[in-house]
Design a protein around this ligand. Structure first.
Ligand SMILES: *Cc1c(COP(=O)(O)O)cnc(C)c1O
Length: 345
Protein backbone atom coordinates (compact mmCIF):
# COMPACT_ATOMS: atom_id res chain seq x y z
CA UNK A 1 0.00 0.00 0.00
CA UNK A 2 1.11 3.58 -0.65
CA UNK A 3 1.41 5.67 2.51
CA UNK A 4 -1.79 7.26 3.74
CA UNK A 5 -0.25 10.66 3.09
CA UNK A 6 0.39 9.73 -0.56
CA UNK A 7 -3.23 8.61 -0.93
CA UNK A 8 -4.78 11.64 0.79
CA UNK A 9 -5.54 14.91 -1.01
CA UNK A 10 -2.81 17.35 0.06
CA UNK A 11 -5.34 20.01 1.13
CA UNK A 12 -7.09 17.48 3.36
CA UNK A 13 -3.82 16.21 4.82
CA UNK A 14 -2.83 19.81 5.69
CA UNK A 15 -6.28 20.86 6.93
CA UNK A 16 -6.78 22.17 10.42
CA UNK A 17 -10.35 21.11 11.24
CA UNK A 18 -13.10 23.34 12.61
CA UNK A 19 -13.02 23.12 16.37
CA UNK A 20 -16.46 23.23 17.94
CA UNK A 21 -17.28 24.22 21.50
CA UNK A 22 -18.07 20.59 22.31
CA UNK A 23 -14.68 19.50 20.90
CA UNK A 24 -12.71 21.89 23.05
CA UNK A 25 -14.35 21.07 26.35
CA UNK A 26 -13.58 17.70 27.86
CA UNK A 27 -12.69 16.60 31.33
CA UNK A 28 -14.59 17.02 34.57
CA UNK A 29 -18.35 16.49 34.65
CA UNK A 30 -19.68 20.00 33.94
CA UNK A 31 -23.14 21.29 34.82
CA UNK A 32 -23.16 24.83 33.42
CA UNK A 33 -22.73 25.09 29.64
CA UNK A 34 -22.22 28.67 28.50
CA UNK A 35 -19.83 27.83 25.68
CA UNK A 36 -21.89 27.14 22.54
CA UNK A 37 -24.49 29.92 22.33
CA UNK A 38 -27.28 27.41 22.84
CA UNK A 39 -30.65 28.24 24.37
CA UNK A 40 -30.68 26.98 27.99
CA UNK A 41 -34.37 25.95 27.56
CA UNK A 42 -35.95 23.01 25.66
CA UNK A 43 -33.77 20.12 26.84
CA UNK A 44 -32.54 17.81 25.40
CA UNK A 45 -32.91 19.36 21.95
CA UNK A 46 -31.29 22.65 22.92
CA UNK A 47 -27.81 21.09 23.17
CA UNK A 48 -25.52 20.23 20.27
CA UNK A 49 -25.04 16.46 20.02
CA UNK A 50 -21.76 14.66 20.69
CA UNK A 51 -19.73 15.30 17.50
CA UNK A 52 -17.99 11.93 17.82
CA UNK A 53 -21.02 9.91 19.00
CA UNK A 54 -19.00 8.21 21.73
CA UNK A 55 -21.90 6.42 23.44
CA UNK A 56 -23.10 4.94 20.17
CA UNK A 57 -19.59 3.80 19.24
CA UNK A 58 -19.07 2.25 22.69
CA UNK A 59 -22.10 0.03 22.01
CA UNK A 60 -21.14 -0.79 18.41
CA UNK A 61 -17.50 -1.72 19.11
CA UNK A 62 -18.07 -4.95 21.10
CA UNK A 63 -20.90 -6.12 18.82
CA UNK A 64 -18.76 -5.68 15.72
CA UNK A 65 -15.50 -6.83 17.35
CA UNK A 66 -13.68 -3.60 16.51
CA UNK A 67 -12.17 -0.75 18.53
CA UNK A 68 -14.01 2.56 18.91
CA UNK A 69 -11.26 4.42 17.06
CA UNK A 70 -11.90 2.18 14.04
CA UNK A 71 -15.50 3.46 13.71
CA UNK A 72 -16.84 6.45 11.77
CA UNK A 73 -20.57 7.26 11.96
CA UNK A 74 -22.31 9.31 9.33
CA UNK A 75 -25.63 10.46 7.89
CA UNK A 76 -26.13 7.07 6.21
CA UNK A 77 -23.35 5.09 4.55
CA UNK A 78 -23.85 7.59 1.77
CA UNK A 79 -21.98 10.18 3.85
CA UNK A 80 -19.05 7.80 4.26
CA UNK A 81 -19.01 7.09 0.51
CA UNK A 82 -18.87 10.83 -0.20
CA UNK A 83 -16.11 11.35 2.38
CA UNK A 84 -13.99 8.68 0.66
CA UNK A 85 -14.01 10.87 -2.46
CA UNK A 86 -13.50 14.12 -0.57
CA UNK A 87 -10.62 12.75 1.48
CA UNK A 88 -8.65 10.89 -1.19
CA UNK A 89 -9.59 11.85 -4.75
CA UNK A 90 -8.32 15.03 -6.36
CA UNK A 91 -11.06 16.33 -8.72
CA UNK A 92 -10.09 16.08 -12.37
CA UNK A 93 -6.92 14.10 -11.58
CA UNK A 94 -7.61 10.91 -9.63
CA UNK A 95 -9.95 8.05 -10.49
CA UNK A 96 -11.71 5.14 -8.81
CA UNK A 97 -12.50 1.65 -10.09
CA UNK A 98 -15.68 -0.29 -9.31
CA UNK A 99 -17.46 -3.48 -10.28
CA UNK A 100 -20.46 -3.13 -12.60
CA UNK A 101 -23.34 -3.51 -11.87
CA UNK A 102 -23.33 -2.30 -8.29
CA UNK A 103 -24.82 0.29 -5.92
CA UNK A 104 -25.43 3.54 -7.79
CA UNK A 105 -24.16 5.97 -5.16
CA UNK A 106 -20.46 5.31 -5.85
CA UNK A 107 -20.82 6.68 -9.36
CA UNK A 108 -23.04 9.60 -8.30
CA UNK A 109 -20.52 10.64 -5.62
CA UNK A 110 -17.67 10.26 -8.12
CA UNK A 111 -19.43 12.54 -10.58
CA UNK A 112 -20.39 15.12 -7.94
CA UNK A 113 -16.73 15.24 -6.93
CA UNK A 114 -15.49 15.36 -10.56
CA UNK A 115 -13.61 12.07 -10.16
CA UNK A 116 -13.37 9.61 -13.06
CA UNK A 117 -15.37 6.43 -12.37
CA UNK A 118 -14.07 3.29 -14.11
CA UNK A 119 -16.44 0.32 -14.34
CA UNK A 120 -15.35 -3.29 -14.76
CA UNK A 121 -18.13 -5.65 -15.81
CA UNK A 122 -18.80 -8.67 -13.59
CA UNK A 123 -18.83 -12.14 -15.19
CA UNK A 124 -21.93 -14.25 -15.91
CA UNK A 125 -22.00 -15.39 -12.26
CA UNK A 126 -21.77 -11.75 -11.11
CA UNK A 127 -18.21 -12.33 -9.86
CA UNK A 128 -15.03 -10.31 -10.41
CA UNK A 129 -11.30 -10.99 -10.50
CA UNK A 130 -8.64 -8.96 -8.71
CA UNK A 131 -6.66 -9.07 -11.96
CA UNK A 132 -9.51 -7.47 -13.92
CA UNK A 133 -9.89 -4.58 -11.48
CA UNK A 134 -6.14 -4.06 -11.20
CA UNK A 135 -5.73 -3.87 -14.96
CA UNK A 136 -8.37 -1.09 -15.06
CA UNK A 137 -6.38 0.88 -12.47
CA UNK A 138 -3.38 3.18 -12.92
CA UNK A 139 -1.19 5.39 -10.74
CA UNK A 140 -4.11 7.80 -10.23
CA UNK A 141 -6.51 5.14 -8.95
CA UNK A 142 -7.07 5.93 -5.30
CA UNK A 143 -9.96 3.63 -4.42
CA UNK A 144 -11.60 0.40 -5.61
CA UNK A 145 -15.25 -0.10 -4.67
CA UNK A 146 -16.66 -3.55 -3.94
CA UNK A 147 -20.08 -4.41 -2.56
CA UNK A 148 -20.66 -7.81 -0.95
CA UNK A 149 -23.40 -9.00 -0.90
CA UNK A 150 -23.70 -6.94 -4.06
CA UNK A 151 -26.65 -4.73 -4.96
CA UNK A 152 -28.59 -5.35 -7.23
CA UNK A 153 -27.32 -8.88 -7.88
CA UNK A 154 -27.63 -10.11 -4.27
CA UNK A 155 -24.61 -12.42 -4.21
CA UNK A 156 -21.49 -12.37 -2.07
CA UNK A 157 -18.31 -11.62 -3.97
CA UNK A 158 -15.58 -14.25 -3.92
CA UNK A 159 -13.55 -13.85 -0.73
CA UNK A 160 -10.28 -15.08 -2.31
CA UNK A 161 -10.47 -12.36 -4.97
CA UNK A 162 -11.20 -9.64 -2.39
CA UNK A 163 -8.18 -10.79 -0.36
CA UNK A 164 -6.00 -10.80 -3.47
CA UNK A 165 -7.10 -7.25 -4.23
CA UNK A 166 -6.41 -6.08 -0.67
CA UNK A 167 -2.93 -7.57 -0.89
CA UNK A 168 -2.04 -6.34 -4.37
CA UNK A 169 -3.71 -2.94 -4.75
CA UNK A 170 -1.63 0.09 -3.74
CA UNK A 171 -4.67 2.21 -2.90
CA UNK A 172 -7.78 1.78 -0.73
CA UNK A 173 -10.41 -0.93 -1.06
CA UNK A 174 -13.97 -0.19 0.07
CA UNK A 175 -16.03 -3.30 0.88
CA UNK A 176 -19.67 -2.24 1.25
CA UNK A 177 -21.34 -4.78 3.55
CA UNK A 178 -24.77 -3.10 3.77
CA UNK A 179 -26.40 -6.56 3.56
CA UNK A 180 -23.87 -8.54 5.61
CA UNK A 181 -26.41 -9.25 8.38
CA UNK A 182 -28.32 -11.48 5.94
CA UNK A 183 -25.26 -13.48 4.90
CA UNK A 184 -23.27 -16.32 6.47
CA UNK A 185 -20.03 -15.09 4.92
CA UNK A 186 -17.29 -13.94 7.27
CA UNK A 187 -17.32 -10.14 7.52
CA UNK A 188 -14.20 -8.25 6.47
CA UNK A 189 -14.57 -6.35 9.74
CA UNK A 190 -12.65 -9.21 11.33
CA UNK A 191 -9.70 -8.49 9.01
CA UNK A 192 -9.42 -4.75 9.64
CA UNK A 193 -6.15 -5.13 11.55
CA UNK A 194 -4.60 -7.16 8.70
CA UNK A 195 -5.32 -4.66 5.93
CA UNK A 196 -4.48 -0.97 6.49
CA UNK A 197 -6.04 -0.17 3.08
CA UNK A 198 -9.46 -1.66 3.92
CA UNK A 199 -12.62 0.39 4.52
CA UNK A 200 -15.75 -1.61 5.42
CA UNK A 201 -19.18 0.03 5.19
CA UNK A 202 -22.25 -1.13 7.08
CA UNK A 203 -25.56 0.59 7.80
CA UNK A 204 -28.54 0.78 10.15
CA UNK A 205 -30.81 1.07 7.08
CA UNK A 206 -31.37 -2.60 6.22
CA UNK A 207 -31.32 -5.41 8.82
CA UNK A 208 -31.44 -2.87 11.66
CA UNK A 209 -34.75 -1.48 10.43
CA UNK A 210 -33.64 2.15 10.69
CA UNK A 211 -33.44 3.62 7.20
CA UNK A 212 -35.31 6.70 8.47
CA UNK A 213 -32.78 7.71 11.12
CA UNK A 214 -29.91 7.89 8.57
CA UNK A 215 -27.03 6.19 10.33
CA UNK A 216 -24.19 4.56 8.45
CA UNK A 217 -20.92 3.10 9.67
CA UNK A 218 -17.45 3.05 8.15
CA UNK A 219 -14.78 0.88 9.73
CA UNK A 220 -11.09 1.34 8.95
CA UNK A 221 -7.69 2.01 10.52
CA UNK A 222 -7.70 4.73 13.21
CA UNK A 223 -5.68 6.91 10.80
CA UNK A 224 -8.33 6.74 8.06
CA UNK A 225 -11.13 7.30 10.60
CA UNK A 226 -9.28 10.38 11.91
CA UNK A 227 -9.21 11.79 8.36
CA UNK A 228 -12.98 11.30 8.00
CA UNK A 229 -13.57 12.96 11.36
CA UNK A 230 -11.41 15.88 10.30
CA UNK A 231 -13.47 16.70 7.18
CA UNK A 232 -17.02 15.73 8.22
CA UNK A 233 -19.59 18.32 9.29
CA UNK A 234 -19.05 18.83 13.03
CA UNK A 235 -22.51 17.57 14.11
CA UNK A 236 -23.21 15.12 11.30
CA UNK A 237 -25.31 12.69 13.39
CA UNK A 238 -28.19 14.38 15.19
CA UNK A 239 -29.29 13.66 18.75
CA UNK A 240 -32.53 11.85 17.79
CA UNK A 241 -30.55 9.45 15.63
CA UNK A 242 -27.97 8.84 18.34
CA UNK A 243 -30.73 8.18 20.90
CA UNK A 244 -32.58 5.71 18.69
CA UNK A 245 -29.35 3.89 17.79
CA UNK A 246 -28.51 3.53 21.48
CA UNK A 247 -31.96 2.01 22.17
CA UNK A 248 -31.62 -0.44 19.28
CA UNK A 249 -28.04 -1.41 20.10
CA UNK A 250 -29.22 -2.47 23.54
CA UNK A 251 -31.63 -5.00 22.00
CA UNK A 252 -29.57 -6.78 19.33
CA UNK A 253 -31.80 -9.88 19.66
CA UNK A 254 -34.61 -7.89 18.07
CA UNK A 255 -32.48 -7.42 14.95
CA UNK A 256 -31.54 -11.11 14.94
CA UNK A 257 -35.19 -12.15 15.09
CA UNK A 258 -36.10 -9.83 12.18
CA UNK A 259 -33.26 -11.32 10.18
CA UNK A 260 -34.41 -14.89 10.95
CA UNK A 261 -37.96 -14.15 9.83
CA UNK A 262 -36.72 -12.43 6.66
CA UNK A 263 -34.39 -15.31 5.78
CA UNK A 264 -37.23 -17.81 6.14
CA UNK A 265 -39.48 -15.63 4.05
CA UNK A 266 -36.71 -15.26 1.47
CA UNK A 267 -36.61 -19.04 0.95
CA UNK A 268 -40.37 -19.31 0.77
CA UNK A 269 -40.85 -16.33 -1.57
CA UNK A 270 -38.08 -17.48 -3.91
CA UNK A 271 -39.48 -21.02 -3.99
CA UNK A 272 -42.99 -19.80 -4.82
CA UNK A 273 -41.75 -17.12 -7.22
CA UNK A 274 -39.81 -19.68 -9.24
CA UNK A 275 -43.10 -21.48 -10.01
CA UNK A 276 -44.65 -18.40 -11.66
CA UNK A 277 -44.98 -18.51 -15.43
CA UNK A 278 -43.41 -15.03 -15.67
CA UNK A 279 -40.23 -16.16 -13.86
CA UNK A 280 -37.34 -17.25 -16.07
CA UNK A 281 -34.57 -17.32 -13.51
CA UNK A 282 -33.82 -16.44 -9.91
CA UNK A 283 -30.25 -15.52 -9.06
CA UNK A 284 -28.71 -16.83 -5.83
CA UNK A 285 -28.79 -14.24 -3.05
CA UNK A 286 -27.11 -13.51 0.28
CA UNK A 287 -29.19 -10.38 0.96
CA UNK A 288 -32.77 -9.38 1.90
CA UNK A 289 -33.74 -9.19 -1.76
CA UNK A 290 -33.33 -11.28 -4.87
CA UNK A 291 -32.81 -10.53 -8.52
CA UNK A 292 -35.02 -12.35 -10.98
CA UNK A 293 -35.09 -12.52 -14.75
CA UNK A 294 -38.68 -12.36 -15.95
CA UNK A 295 -40.44 -12.64 -19.30
CA UNK A 296 -41.04 -8.89 -19.64
CA UNK A 297 -39.71 -6.69 -16.84
CA UNK A 298 -41.30 -3.47 -18.11
CA UNK A 299 -44.74 -5.01 -18.42
CA UNK A 300 -44.63 -6.82 -15.06
CA UNK A 301 -43.26 -3.77 -13.28
CA UNK A 302 -46.11 -1.63 -14.68
CA UNK A 303 -48.72 -4.27 -13.85
CA UNK A 304 -47.53 -4.42 -10.23
CA UNK A 305 -47.42 -0.62 -9.89
CA UNK A 306 -51.07 -0.52 -10.96
CA UNK A 307 -51.85 -2.88 -8.09
CA UNK A 308 -49.93 -0.69 -5.65
CA UNK A 309 -47.02 -3.12 -5.40
CA UNK A 310 -43.63 -1.57 -6.05
CA UNK A 311 -40.56 -3.63 -6.96
CA UNK A 312 -37.36 -2.32 -8.52
CA UNK A 313 -37.08 -2.55 -12.29
CA UNK A 314 -33.40 -3.16 -13.09
CA UNK A 315 -33.83 -3.94 -16.79
CA UNK A 316 -31.62 -1.04 -17.92
CA UNK A 317 -28.74 -2.01 -15.58
CA UNK A 318 -25.70 -3.80 -17.07
CA UNK A 319 -26.12 -7.61 -17.13
CA UNK A 320 -29.66 -7.24 -15.73
CA UNK A 321 -31.83 -7.19 -18.87
CA UNK A 322 -35.44 -8.06 -17.97
CA UNK A 323 -34.54 -8.26 -14.30
CA UNK A 324 -36.56 -7.14 -11.31
CA UNK A 325 -35.10 -6.72 -7.84
CA UNK A 326 -37.52 -7.82 -5.17
CA UNK A 327 -37.13 -6.95 -1.48
CA UNK A 328 -38.37 -9.49 1.07
CA UNK A 329 -41.38 -8.06 2.92
CA UNK A 330 -43.67 -9.40 5.62
CA UNK A 331 -45.33 -12.76 4.91
CA UNK A 332 -48.55 -10.88 4.03
CA UNK A 333 -46.78 -8.50 1.65
CA UNK A 334 -44.98 -11.38 -0.05
CA UNK A 335 -48.30 -13.21 -0.50
CA UNK A 336 -49.86 -10.08 -2.00
CA UNK A 337 -47.04 -10.00 -4.56
CA UNK A 338 -47.37 -13.72 -5.36
CA UNK A 339 -51.18 -13.55 -5.65
CA UNK A 340 -50.96 -10.57 -8.00
CA UNK A 341 -48.48 -12.35 -10.26
CA UNK A 342 -50.48 -15.60 -10.26
CA UNK A 343 -53.49 -13.62 -11.53
CA UNK A 344 -51.52 -11.85 -14.23
CA UNK A 345 -52.61 -12.59 -17.78
C1 LIG B 1 -28.96 0.43 0.99
C2 LIG B 1 -27.49 0.47 0.75
C3 LIG B 1 -26.67 1.27 1.53
C4 LIG B 1 -27.26 2.08 2.64
O1 LIG B 1 -27.08 3.40 2.52
P1 LIG B 1 -27.52 4.33 3.74
O2 LIG B 1 -27.06 5.67 3.27
O3 LIG B 1 -26.77 3.85 4.94
O4 LIG B 1 -29.00 4.20 3.91
C5 LIG B 1 -25.31 1.25 1.32
N1 LIG B 1 -24.78 0.45 0.38
C6 LIG B 1 -25.54 -0.35 -0.36
C7 LIG B 1 -24.91 -1.25 -1.35
C8 LIG B 1 -26.92 -0.35 -0.22
O5 LIG B 1 -27.67 -1.14 -1.00
Amino acid sequence: MKTLQELTRPNVWALKPYSSARDEYSGVEASVFLDANENPYHAPYNRYPDPLQKKVKALIAPQKHVREEQIFLGNGSDEAIDLVFRAFCRPGIDNVVAIDPTYGMYQVCAEVNDVEYRKVLLDENYQFTAKGLLSASDEHTKVIFLCSPNNPTGNNLCRKEIEALLQQFEGLVVVDEAYADFSDARSFLLDLDSYPNLIVLQTFSKAWGCAAIRLGMAFASPEIIALFNKIKYPYNVNVLTQQEAIVLLQTPDKVKSWVNVLLEERSRLMEEFSKLTCCEKIYPTDANFFLTKVTDAMKIYGYLVNKGIIVRNRTHVALCGNCLRITIGTPEENDTLLDALREMK
